[in-house]
Design a protein around this ligand. Structure first.
Ligand SMILES: [Mn+2]
Length: 310
């Protein structure tokens, strides 16, 4: 951690990079860091490869400052919540990698990866506390956004004493809890609700009803006005079925690839399955991409792996 501070102190213009299709954790950690860099009176720029990211993240401070084409003139590049270089979208050498993914590839000069942290914002929070950084209300809201999203509004099995302790401190520092919860858990575009209905009526059970399979075509997405990432909610809720320990999604993306997302209970390692296809993620939430294939062929590949594990 001291080496991180040292690097920051030596730099004049610092680039903060979130991952492609940023989530509240990636954006929240970069946002809190943005405030911090401003506090120490250095130049800072926030980069996201994805331009049309989720509207529900717009409440996170500094999101309006995001740039989408990387500048190579910064003297320090920091990535947030990004397990691999590929997840950055940009072609850039990363100096500091701040993350909590089990599958992190330690691709930077300095890698600070804490797989025990429930969110990357927890790791940033610990850094701020250890460096006695003053956490203002903007920073608190940003850090809270990542915490509440990754812990699924504190429902995740990983939520423990330190999760609630961090939440408590952030609320004391002025985190806007209502704004975060309203945006992250209680806002749904019509397209998403329609897609959920369609996914639930089309889903299949397999392997003695221990697995749920969602095959989503471009046609299904277009009929709802939805995109692949909108499938995540229905995927996660599929695990609510008592007999189910794994739910996976294969979704035809508009670039012709098939996006795979896997959610599991504590008995199955999702990240192990996805890494056999070049993907990455956490033990119970992971993803990978298949190229030049069909939904059916990709489904067979996953089924083969699951059957071997039985
Ligand atoms: Mn995260």
């Amino acid at each position: 951690m001291n080496r991180i501070l040292q690097k920051i102190e030596q730099s004049k213009h610092i680039a903060l990079i979130v991952h492609v299709n940023p989530d509240a954790d990636s954006m929240g950690s970069a946002s809190a860091f943005y405030s911090y860099i401003l506090q120490i009176q250095k130049r800072v720029t926030l980069f996201s490869y994805t331009e049309d990211f989720d509207n529900r993240l717009k409440f996170i401070p500094w999101v309006d400052k995001i740039r989408h084409s990387i500048s190579l003139s910064c003297d320090l590049y920091i990535s947030f919540d990004c397990a691999s270089l590929k997840r950055l979208g940009f072609d850039v050498d990363v100096d500091i990698n701040l993350d909590h993914h089990k599958s992190n590839q330690n691709y930077a000069k300095l890698n600070y990866v804490d797989t025990d942290a429930i969110s990357t914002t927890e790791l940033i929070y610990n850094y701020f506390i250890s460096q006695e950084v003053k956490i203002n209300s903007k920073m608190a809201t940003a850090l809270y956004a990542g915490l509440v999203d990754e812990s699924k509004n504190f429902m995740s099995y990983k939520s423990g004493e330190k999760t609630f302790e961090m939440a408590k401190v952030l609320l004391q520092k002025g985190a806007d809890r209502n704004l975060a919860v309203k945006n992250l858990f209680q806002t749904s575009p019509l397209s998403l609700l329609r897609l959920k209905g369609l996914m639930f009526s089309n889903m299949k059970l397999s392997l003695n009803a221990t697995a749920v399979v969602h095959l989503v075509t471009q046609e299904m997405l277009l009929s709802c006005g939805a995109v692949c990432r909108d499938c995540e909610e229905a995927l996660e809720e599929s695990l609510y079925l008592p007999s189910v320990s794994i739910a996976y999604l294969l979704c035809e993306d508009n670039d012709g690839s098939v996006k795979c997302s896997i959610r599991t209970d504590e008995t199955v390692d999702a990240s192990a399955i996805c890494s056999s296809f070049g993907g990455e993620g956490h033990a119970h939430a992971a993803g990978c991409t298949f190229y030049n294939t069909t939904l059916q062929k990709a489904d067979n590949l996953i089924k083969d792996i699951l059957e071997k594990k039985k």
